[in-house]
Design a protein around this ligand. Structure first.
Ligand code: FAD
Ligand code: ZN
Length: 451
């Protein structure tokens, strides 16, 4: 059972009396009826790539892990409706491939796509690198099939783009991190496939210049701008150190780089010319320091490999205090300046590994220990570092969990900053839908916060 009891980062290890692998919705329903009758806690699990500790059980050993990985069938494809109905255990990369084969695009994309499942993506309302143009997992879902904690099946797989018939149950289960029921299938939105991509790595003197580049690109190309990923120079160094096979994309080092991607539709050539001109004009004025444009599919893949290798490379440097924050794009430069200065003053020697989805106002404002400091020693500073970073985020009107969910990692932090009204409404929902508290206990909401 070991692989199902420890999370991807190896930060949480729980216990369980069994791991069960249903192969159909009927089997999930039977398991939940049984669990309900015998008061057995259930932790739903997909690819177990979650970063907040929501996918593994607690240490009581009284519950079961319900793994969806054997529910991995594509149920139907409807190209005219641009929709695809899949079971929850389908791996994200497989779904992207099915869409591609049908001449369409399923745009949810994240570095864990080879292992994470669509059920997990929806349960955490995952983001990733295509949000700027296509939205988060919630925006890509037209309907769900869910088994409730008492074992009833709700079939909401109609695949409609409009349906205003009361409270939106789909939106309630999306982002509920396994605490309200088990997602067993989903209807996903497909999009027309772009004709090609313009991908470039841009060296930048500061975040303010990155924000202005984003704004200029969006002004010129509108929705063609599909990704705008910001990476600090320090963060890029760490990736290059741990992935020596990847070459530095730009001749010199820069304080920040942005990985920019535009999806090209019919007017591709004109758009490419326009982009090149815009970037070159910004190099002339110094707003942009340097540009490397991918001129082949292999070069595009290599640029993305640098971005996708960040989490793993940082992990190899020792314990990382991770933050998954969102702010108004216009506040990001100010926030990073303030947070960096405050951390440098109170935590001498710490290193920052900042990167993220600038276009969505979402940064992974990660903090690494001083070079050579023992990971366990650095871990003891986590609460202090979190307090400083999260207080500043909230002061700026931001969120302390943009896309990874609360799990156990940010559960109490979220409760600290949410208003009493918000906590009361959330508790009321949990009580109404899972009155016995059997669904993923202790995740998202602490037991004493809702009972
Ligand atoms: P799991 O980890 O198995 O579960 C996550 C949560 O969902 C748990 O609370 C679990 O109980 C619940 N759950 C899972 N399946 C179901 C189901 N069928 N029904 C009900 N509840 C369920 N996330 C992003 O948003 N953006 C990123 O860019 C991103 N990059 C990542 C990069 C790496 C290298 C890694 C390791 C992770 C990254 N993640 C990212 C986090 C993670 O991949 C996502 O949260 C993903 O959506 C989790 O899917 P999963 O199938 O692995 O779910
Ligand atoms: Zn991310």
């Amino acid at each position: 059972m070991a692989p199902y009891l420890t999370d991807w980062r190896g930060m949480w290890t729980g216990r369980a009396c069994a791991v069960v692998f249903p192969t159909s919705t009927e089997e999930v329903s039977a398991i939940l009826r049984w669990a309900n009758a015998h008061h057995v806690p259930v932790t739903p699990q997909g690819g177990n790539t979650g970063l907040s500790g929501g996918s593994v059980p607690d240490e009581s050993g009284t519950g079961i892990v319900l793994s969806l990985v054997k529910m991995d069938q594509v149920r139907s494809l409807n190209v005219e409706n641009l929709s695809l109905t899949v079971e929850a255990g389908c791996v994200l990369e497989t779904i992207q491939g099915v869409a591609d084969q049908a001449g369409c695009l399923f745009p949810l994309s994240l570095a864990a796509e080879g292992s994470c499942t669509i059920g997990g993506n929806l349960a955490t309302n995952a983001g990733g690198v295509g949000v700027l143009r296509y939205g988060v997992a919630r925006d890509l879902c037209l309907g769900l099939e869910v088994v409730t904690p008492s074992g009833e099946v709700w079939d909401g797989l109609r695949g409609l783009r409009k349906d205003n018939t009361g409270y939106d149950l789909r939106d309630l289960f999306i982002g509920s991190e396994g605490t309200l029921g088990v997602i067993t299938a989903a209807v996903l939105k497909l999009f027309p496939k772009p004709h090609g991509h313009f991908t470039a790595m841009v060296g930048l003197p500061g975040i303010a210049e990155a924000v202005s580049l984003l704004s200029r690109l969006q002004g010129a190309l509108g929705p063609c701008v599909t990704a705008f990923e910001l990476i600090s120079g320090q963060c890029l160094d760490i990736v290059l150190r741990h992935r020596p096979q990847l070459r530095p994309p730009l001749a010199a080092a820069h304080p920040w780089v942005a990985l920019v991607e535009c999806s090209l539709t019919v007017a591709a050539d004109a758009a490419v010319d326009q982009l090149q001109e815009l970037l070159m004009a910004m190099v002339e004025t110094g707003e942009v320091e340097d540009v490397a444009v991918a001129s082949s599919i292999a070069q595009r893949r290599d640029l993305w490999a640098l971005r996708e290798g960040i989490s793993e490379a940082q992990g190899s440097e020792g314990f990382v205090i991770k933050h998954d924050i969102s702010l108004r794009v216009s506040d990001i430069a100010d926030f990073v300046d303030q947070a960096s200065a405050a951390l440098a003053a109170s935590q001498p020697g710490i290193r920052l590994g900042v990167f993220g989805h600038l276009g969505d106002g979402n940064l992974h404002f990660n903090v690494l220990g001083p070079e050579g400091e023992d990971g366990e020693v650095f871990r003891t500073r986590q609460d202090q570092v979190n307090r400083l970073v999260h207080d500043l985020v909230v002061e700026h009107g931001g969120s302390i969990s943009a896309e990874h969910g609360l799990g156990v990692l940010r559960r109490d932090e979220a409760a600290r900053y949410k208003s009493a009204v918000e906590m009361r409404l959330m508790s009321a929902l949990k009580k109404a839908i899972d009155p016995c508290g059997l669904m993923n206990p202790g995740k998202l909401l602490a037991e004493d916060a809702w009972r």
